[in-house]
Structures are given as structure tokens and as C-alpha cells.
Design a binder for this molecule. Structure first.
Ligand SMILES: [Zn+2]
Ligand SMILES: [Zn+2]
Length: 259
């Protein structure tokens, strides 16, 4: 059975991506994806939508034809203090907040600085999921990050597109992250990081890494829509709790003996 939840997608609002919300819904229905997050690049990134894009996400329905849509952002970690390019009450209006390092906003420096910046973002309470922490352009102290993420209840992403189109050479880091996450009780999530709808829910390479270290599927946020929604509700996103009732998760992947 395939995973039905994808937390990381980009639309034409970032013009280096090529699909609309409608395209994603159509592919979701085709592939049996039941819940996905719309997470365009934070406003400080080159080619990102304007700040207002995120403020006005409130016009998006949360359910269309049985597909759940979360209003989100892939924000940029901006500095060693772990600040991101979205803030205040506006953050509370989003359903899901991803954040990661991107060269145009925060050029790589050294391992100690990257580690501090990432851990400060984790501690800030503003970020639910750290995107592509295995990026070899930004070496981090994997054990320290995995421990901090576990302590603060932040999920680390195994980014499928890191093995396909970007961030070449992520495999070793991602395997080490999955291993550390298993050891320290850190939550993991797979993200397709789709820049076109066809790749929505595509996790083949990320799943191979998770399987390789035998990370427990029962702790993977993709295991069911309500698993992700419960995680987000516990992190203080109030509105998503209303969505949980809309999903019947009898087929929660982490529950079965046959996984
Ligand atoms: Zn992008
Ligand atoms: Zn990214």
C-alpha cells in the first residue's frame, strides 16, 4: 500500500514550479493521495510568491472532492538565530510550516553554524518540519539535530527529490538522519518536494532509506491523514483539528502487521 499523505509541494506561485492547485487535486485523485500540503517558498527566496500569497491562503478550501489541502509554506531559515521569513500572527493562520536552508537566502558557511541555525529554528516553536536536512551543501551535526527535533517535537524530512533532481549526494546524510531519528525517537516525514504535480506522493527513494534503517512506520507522519493532522494540532495549529474527523484511517499504515 502506498503512502497517501504528502507534506511538500510547490505551485506556479513559485515560477520555477509548473502546476496549479487544480493540477495537484487531479493527480491526488488519480493516485489516491488523500491529504497534501501546499508549501510554496517563503517570500525571501528568489522566485518566491509575495508575502500576501501566504496571507490569502485562507481562500483555499481545505477539502475538494475528498482530497484534503493544507495551507502551508516552505519558509527559509535566515540566520544563526533560526529566524524564518514568515512571522507573528500570520504564522498561526497557516496549517503547516516547513523551513529549510536555501542558498539564495542563507549561503552555506560551516557545520557548527548550520547546526546552530537549524537547532534554533527547531527550538523557536515556529517550524513543524525541517526540509531536506540531509542537503550535503549544509553539513550539520546530525545527532545533535535529531536529538533537538525529538525533544521539541519537530519532524525531519526525508526529501524524495534530493535523490532525483536536486541536492545530489544526499543519500549518506539522509541514511544517517533516519538512523539517528530511529535511535532518538525523532519523527520523520517523507516529502516529494514536487515542483510539478506528476511527482505528488512519489516517495520511492525516500522510502528505500527509511526501510534500509528499519525506521518504524508507526512514527512516520505519512502513515495516515489523521496522523499528520494530530501532529499539527498538537503543535498548536487549531484549525486542522476540524479536519481530522473527515478522514477514516482504518488503513493507517503504521497500525498493520503487514508493513
Ligand atoms: Zn523550489
Ligand atoms: Zn527546499
Amino acid at each position: 500500500m502506498q503512502y497517501q499523505v504528502d507534506t511538500h509541494t510547490h505551485t506556479v506561485a513559485s515560477s520555477h514550479a509548473y502546476s496549479t492547485i487544480h493540477d495537484y487535486i487531479a493527480v491526488a485523485k488519480q493516485k489516491g493521495i488523500r491529504l497534501f500540503a501546499n508549501t510554496d517558498h517563503g517570500p525571501d527566496m528568489a522566485d518566491a510568491p509575495h508575502f500576501w500569497h501566504f496571507v490569502n491562503l485562507r481562500v483555499l478550501p481545505r477539502m475538494v472532492d475528498g482530497v484534503g489541502i493544507l495551507r502551508g509554506i516552505e519558509a527559509n531559515i535566515k540566520n544563526i538565530d533560526g529566524e524564518i521569513d514568515f512571522f507573528g500572527d500570520y504564522l498561526k493562520q497557516l496549517d503547516i510550516v516547513l523551513a529549510g536552508f536555501h542558498e539564495p537566502v542563507y549561503p552555506p558557511s560551516d557545520k557548527a553554524t548550520h547546526t546552530k541555525a537549524m537547532i534554533n529554528a527547531i527550538k523557536s516553536g515556529n517550524v513543524d518540519i525541517i526540509t531536506h536536512p540531509g542537503n550535503p551543501a549544509y553539513p550539520i551535526d546530525i545527532e545533535a539535530v535529531a536529538r533537538a527535533a525529538a525533544e521539541y517535537g519537530v519532524a525531519l524530512e526525508i526529501n524524495n527529490s534530493s535523490f532525483e533532481v536536486s541536492r545530489k549526494g544526499s543519500e549518506a546524510n539522509c541514511t544517517a538522519i533516519a538512523q539517528a531519528a530511529k535511535e532518538f525517537g525523532t519523527i520523520l516525514v517523507m516529502g516529494s518536494d514536487s515542483h510539478v504535480a506528476f511527482s505528488l506522493g512519489g516517495f520511492t527513494r525516500a522510502q528505500a532509506i527509511i526501510d534500509e534503517v528499519a525506521y518504524p512506520p508507526s512514527r512516520l507522519l505519512n502513515r495516515s491523514p489523521s496522523a499528520l493532522l494530530a501532529f499539527l494540532a498538537a503543535r498548536g495549529h487549531e484549525t486542522v483539528s476540524d479536519l481530522i474527523a473527515l478522514f477514516n484511517d482504518d488503513d493507517d499504515i503504521g497500525d498493520g502487521a503487514n508493513n
